[in-house]
Design a protein around this ligand. Structure first.
Ligand SMILES: Nc1ncnc2c1ncn2[C@@H]1O[C@H](COP(=O)(O)OP(=O)(O)OP(=O)(O)O)[C@@H](O)[C@H]1O
Ligand SMILES: [Mg+2]
Length: 370
């Protein structure tokens, strides 16, 4: 028995205070310990009744409901973040404010559908990209936030962007990634910047994206469909190695199902017909988007461009037409033609793109074969 408990047992019994029982009489006087027990129980009952009355009068049912919801949310986020605590850490808002100079405009890298992305420098010198999700009235930002954290903490590959941590502070939701020195593929291939990428680098990017997709679809623990493969979601490190980013719309996929029924939520122009029309989402939708992306990389242009003559406006259609006329190399960016390219490799890449763009999902190859 612990010493403290023994000391308490040895100590002389405290002098009785002016308790209710003392004021009346001792149990012996009443002649029955049963009555003593009865009085005690009655006292407890009275106290309980008084407490219930107080609660009834002062606590509104809405408050109880609010409390329960908050607790639910807390449990839900604990579940989300318990995915893999070794690879993701929590950042507090102050640290991220300091890193981005209070989210200064000069550090703005870009703005997507879910909010702005800022460049930041942590105290230990690491460069990061901080995505500040706007939690609009539809609360879409919240599901993007949870989706991204859930997916990316459960996978790791050199062609997938690395999520370093998150911040959840009141209504604020932020995601912190490795900063990618060459930002995203759209900035390079749509000619927004003045950087020109030779064919060898473009080929390396195509192969890297295919490897990242193969990992998601076939090699990771889970079968994952990204569902928003596009140029601005392909990030480029200092050596122009690609990393697939933006997992907010990604979906875990049961092994025994051929597709998920899901309302369309990707980007028009990259969307496979069965997903756009019937809401049938599978890894074949990513393969289709990859096909569009390969044509964009070869032609240095967007999949849809209304400033071009009508037959050239939609890139996959235009490519098919050129193929029918045996003039498929007309797709190649004129600057790249000047710079020189491996005709054999380009023809191979175009061939792969055509296979990926098959209208019937079953005819599209898996990434491994692409
Ligand atoms: N880790 C990063 N390193 C460097 N730049 C980044 C990083 N993540 C995002 N960016 C830049 O921020 C821009 C905005 O990214 P974001 O994903 O929010 O928008 P988006 O891809 O243009 O649109 P969407 O919301 O449809 O994905 C990107 O285009 C890219 O240039
Ligand atoms: Mg994006």
């Amino acid at each position: 028995m612990p010493r403290r408990a023994l000391e308490l047992l040895d100590a002389p019994a405290p002098a009785p205070a002016n308790s209710l029982l003392q004021m009346q009489s001792s149990p012996a006087q009443w002649g029955s310990p049963l009555l003593f027990f009865f009085l005690g129980a009655l006292l407890v009952l009275v106290i309980l009744l008084i407490l219930i009355l107080i609660l009834w009068k002062f606590v509104k049912p809405a408050d109880v409901l609010k409390l329960a919801t908050r607790e639910n949310m807390r449990l839900e986020s604990t579940d989300v973040f318990s995915g893999n605590p070794r690879t993701i850490s929590h950042f507090d808002l102050q640290t991220l404010k300091k890193a981005t100079n209070s989210f200064h405009r000069a550090n703005l890298l870009g703005k997507g559908g879910f909010g702005p992305v800022y460049r930041g420098k942590l105290e230990d010198g690491r460069l990061v990209a901080v995505k500040k999700l706007s939690l609009d009235t539809s609360r879409q930002g919240e599901s993007e936030f949870l989706g991204e954290v859930r997916t990316i903490t459960s996978i790791q590959h050199r062609n997938l962007v690395r999520l370093l941590g998150y911040c959840s502070d009141g209504p604020q939701r932020l995601l912190v990634y490795d900063y990618m020195k060459n930002r995203s593929l759209d900035l390079v291939i749509y000619g927004k910047g003045d950087q020109f990428l030779p064919w060898s680098i473009r080929f390396q990017i195509i192969v890297g994206i295919a490897r990242g997709l193969q990992y998601l679809h076939e090699d990771s623990h889970f079968r994952i469909v990204h569902s928003d493969i596009k140029a601005s979601n392909i990030l480029l490190d200092g050596k122009f190695q690609p990393r697939i980013g933006d997992f907010g719309l990604a979906r875990f996929f049961p092994e025994d199902q051929t597709f998920l029924s899901s309302p369309f939520a990707g980007t028009l122009g990259y969307t496979a017909p069965e997903y756009a029309i019937r809401g049938e989402l599978s890894e074949k939708a990513d393969i289709y988007s990859f096909g569009v992306l390969v044509l964009e990389i070869i032609g240095s242009r967007k999949n849809t461009d209304f400033s071009l003559p009508s037959e050239m406006q939609y890139l996959p259609d235009y490519a098919w037409r050129l193929c029918e006329r045996s003039r498929v190399l007309d797709l190649v960016d004129p600057k790249m033609r000047e710079d020189g390219f491996m005709e054999k490799d380009i023809l191979l890449a175009i061939h792969v793109a055509f296979l990926c763009l098959q209208p019937h999902a079953n005819l599209r190859p898996p990434c491994q074969r692409s």
